[in-house]
Design a protein around this ligand. Structure first.
Ligand SMILES: *[C@@H]1O[C@H](CO)[C@@H](O)[C@H](O)[C@H]1NC(C)=O
Length: 361
């Protein structure tokens, strides 16, 4: 089978590190199911960015198997369970919830012995899922010019230093430095042209630009934690290892950012984008390495950003009623201002009965 031999080729070339993982000879093949997509509905004011999932109960999720990203073989599926992806937007920010079953594993300060997640979106027109944008240049020759069109946008959250339920990502100190870093919780904003040319926003091979920002925010949680007024660092490991439950990762980002460097994807209401989700887990307690991630698909997954449905839906009679009521109240306000003006006119001008005024309207 062609796929198996490809997999062997990939396996034969696995090197340590996410950045040095794509030394493939041979063509990449992916049988992506064309029916899958993630929809971000307009649902303002529902979710709080705290890592908890109950506020997402009314939002439909999309369930995916997690296969090794570099070796998408069904036999090597992540054994803990599927990943459910939920998305919505509030007209300003886009929100994501990732839910994945997994026994609790946490090693404070050691990101590779904790689960981790990343999101990826194309920016350039030629940005492929495979090879993180797919620019053919190597580490010494990739630049914003030689790899133009291959830009992908990424968010990576490593939780080894992140307290569950607390917010990480863009913060005043790193954003003042003008890059996509996060020194507190390692929820970073990155871009790449291929796996070897991957940088924090604002940092680049031919110089840095201090106009970049970390536009992401996020939190994580695990369902074995008992609800709490708030964890602090000293509470780590927050729960006992090996307990069954579900990891939750919640993120938000503005639909549009002030990026001027092609380092952020931009999202449009009623528009369609694409996304990918990666997941790392310390299987059997072994630290993961960068290229050992699972992925929800072997290609991009369409991401639809829905408009407010009440503006489109013909069944939205409540909204039509509301619009008519508003129209009436505006008209009656105008009439009362007009009447008030006529009534309050200075003396000496003959009084005009209200009825007459109405008829003259
Ligand atoms: C860019 O920033 C990185 C990280 O702070 C630093 O290591 C590098 O030296 C900087 N490059 C230039 C050209 O200033």
């Amino acid at each position: 089978m062609v796929r198996v031999s490809l997999i062997l080729l990939v396996l034969g070339s696995v090197l340590i590190g996410w950045t040095s993982s794509h030394q493939e000879s041979g063509d990449w093949s992916c049988e992506s199911d064309s029916g899958i997509r993630v929809q971000a509905e307009f649902r303002p004011g529902i979710v709080t960015l705290d890592g908890h999932a109950d506020d997402w109960n009314d939002i439909d999720g999309f369930e995916f198997s997690l296969l090794p990203a570099l070796d998408p073989d069904d036999d090597k599926e992540y054994k803990g369970g599927k990943m459910t992806v939920k998305a919505l937007h509030d007209g300003k920010d886009l929100f994501f919830l990732l839910q994945v079953d997994g026994d609790y594993a946490y090693a404070k300060g050691n990101n590779n012995k904790c689960p981790s997640v990343a999101l990826m979106f194309p920016i350039g027109d030629h940005a492929t899922y495979h090879n993180m944008g797919g620019c053919k240049e190597g580490t010494n020759s990739c630049t914003s010019k030689t790899c133009k069109g291959h830009e992908v946008d990424m968010m990576h959250f490593s939780i080894g230093n992140a307290i569950p339920g607390r917010l990480y990502g863009g913060n005043l100190i790193d954003n003042r430095d003008g890059n996509g870093g996060d020194r507190f919780g390692h929820l970073v904003d990155l871009y790449a042209w291929n796996p070897h040319c991957r940088y924090i926003d604002g940092i680049g091979p031919s110089g840095n630009d201090s106009s970049a920002q970390n536009n992401w925010k996020g939190a994580w949680w695990h369902t074995i934690f008992t609800d709490h007024s708030g964890f602090v660092e000293e509470d780590s490991p927050y729960g006992s290892d090996g307990q069954k439950g579900t990891y939750l990762f919640e993120f938000s980002r503005p639909l549009r950012t002030m990026d001027r460097l092609q380092q952020d994807a931009q999202f449009t209401i009623s528009g369609s984008s694409k996304m990918a989700v990666a997941f790392w887990y310390p299987v059997d307690g072994n630290p993961w390495h960068g290229s050992g991630h699972f992925s929800i698909n072997c290609d991009w997954i369409p991401l639809d950003i829905s408009p407010s449905s009440s503006m489109l839906s013909p069944g939205g009679s409540g909204d039509v009623g509301g619009a008519i009521a508003l129209l009436f109240s505006v008209v009656s306000l105008c009439i009362s201002v007009f009447v008030g003006y006529r009534v309050a006119r200075p003396k000496g001008i003959p009084f005009t009965p209200v009825g007459t005024t109405m008829e003259n309207l």
